[in-house]
Design a protein around this ligand. Structure first.
Ligand code: HEC
Ligand code: HEC
Length: 394
């Protein structure tokens, strides 16, 4: 099991493991009426009483991320059937309940600080404490960059100059100059991509995915309109699909539904039409500031303009290289009810024209469990793709 897990791309493994478990779980229950709180929908909620029922899954994903363990790390698995019994008590659940109270107490108190599980756990079951100073590996630096990008996201306070309005230039934070208005940044982006962008009907990218264990496997990403299909050739092929309405995942021969945060997360790869959809997705898109950053350690810093959009619990920051106008980084932060957040970063580089559109040939995806580098070797634009391939397999 351990061996196979390591062969998979991290996020896919966790996403699929979780989706299998959550579908099994939620399919046993009638859908909760909108507005229900967790204790009304679930069987044994003792501390998360003020969390809306539909927010409980994301709290659980956050626990998994913050402690670096799967659902079964806290919940008991029935030895005979292999099925997880979520309502049953377990030592992990008992400890976690005490920890939730700890976090709630600190956050409600007058300490001038807000904490969450990751404040102490940092992705480990046992908080690691003070680490010995070491030289950082390339991997660690990339991880740190992601964390810093997350921190930067939090540090940028909402603009106080309301007069700037949506899409207007906002004052820069932390001594940085204000960036150009959002519309200018987007126009430059569209120009940089090329006029063929609006004609993109479909796109297939194939290449090699290298995970954090430095294992390489082939991948393909197909997009047609709103439909999406991503395949990673681990020993058991892992597929994530979206037919425009519903998401699904397939590991080996096992198929399950994909929805909520996990589907949103999977569809961050569906960025073929991002440039034209960004405004519809974030009507209040704001330019925040111009700053400098390095995408890879040791590289010359580049000037970037940052646009920030918020929709519900999701805040996205788009980093555009000031010089070329291209999107080089996207940081997505999903807030969870316990003051914790799940941060995902995608970096784009090695742009080349494909079908008249500048297309990244190196894509690095980072989150709490994953560091996947996708090296694109071939791109097919506007080829014919059968709609049936995006449908959930039988
Ligand atoms: C860090 C430990 C921890 C992890 C990891 C964790 N959970 Fe939980 N889970 C809990 C605790 C604690 C409760 C009970 C909360 C309470 O009493 O308020 C709970 C409750 C639940 C419930 C409600 C059960 C009921 O009917 O009362 C479900 C469903 C659930 N978890 C699913 C999951 C899923 C799915 C995952 C993986 C994505 C997961 N959990 C990961 C600690 C955890
Ligand atoms: C102030 C720091 C701190 C915070 C915040 C914190 N924890 Fe912990 N947690 C610890 C420490 C320290 C331990 C180890 C306790 C021990 O084993 O002695 C621990 C242990 C645990 C364990 C048992 C792990 C094991 O392997 O036995 C679970 C489960 C857990 N924490 C869940 C959570 C959850 C869920 C949150 C957020 C709601 C959280 N913790 C927030 C400090 C913290």
């Amino acid at each position: 099991m351990i061996k196979r897990k390591h062969l998979m791309s991290g996020v896919r493994f966790i996403a699929i493991a979780i989706s299998v478990l959550t579908t099994t779980l939620y399919s046993q229950k009638p859908a909760s009426p909108a507005g229900d709180m967790a204790p009304e929908t679930f069987q044994d909620i003792q501390v998360l009483k003020d969390v809306p029922a539909d927010q409980l899954p994301i709290v659980m994903h956050y626990f998994s991320a913050a402690l670096g363990r799967p659902c079964s790390g806290c919940h008991q698995t029935d030895r005979a059937t292999g099925v997880i019994n979520y309502p049953a008590d377990s030592n992990g659940k008992k400890t976690a309940r005490a920890m939730i109270k700890l976090v709630q107490t600190v956050n409600a108190g007058d300490f001038g600080a807000k904490i969450n599980c990751a404040t102490c756990h940092q992705g480990h079951g046992q908080p690691a404490g003070l680490q010995p100073a070491t030289l950082m590996t390339f991997d660690q630096i990339l991880q740190t960059n992601t964390q810093q990008a997350g921190a930067a996201l939090r540090a940028i306070s909402p603009p106080t100059d309301r007069a700037a309005g949506p899409g207007g230039a906002a004052p820069g934070g932390r001594g940085q100059p204000a960036g150009p208005p959002a519309d200018d940044v987007l126009k430059k982006y569209l120009d940089a991509l090329g006029p063929a962008t609006s004609n993109l009907q479909s796109r297939v990218m194939i290449g090699t995915l290298t995970n954090r264990m430095a294992q390489a496997m082939s991948f393909s990403i197909s997009q047609k309109g709103q439909m999406y299909l991503e395949t990673v050739q681990t020993p058991e092929p892992q597929i994530i699909g979206f037919n425009g309405t519903a998401g699904w995942s397939k590991t080996g021969s096992k198929v399950s539904g994909l929805s909520g945060f996990l589907l949103d997360s999977a569809l961050r790869g569906a960025d073929m039409q991002l440039a034209t959809e960004i405004k519809a997705k974030y009507p209040t898109l704001q330019s925040t500031r111009r700053t400098q950053m390095t995408l890879t350690p040791g590289a010359t810093p580049i000037d970037v303009n940052i646009l920030r959009g918020t929709s519900g619990p999701v805040t996205e920051q788009f980093y555009f290289e000031a010089n070329t106008g291209l999107l080089v980084r996207r940081v997505t932060r999903t807030a969870t009810p316990l003051n914790g957040a799940l941060t995902e970063t995608t970096d784009y580089s090695d742009f080349r024209a494909e079908g008249g559109v500048m297309t990244p040939h190196k894509i690095v995806r980072t989150n709490w469990s994953t560091l996947d580098t996708l090296t694109v070797s071939r791109v097919t634009v506007n080829g014919s793709l059968d709609d049936a391939s995006f449908q959930r397999p039988k």
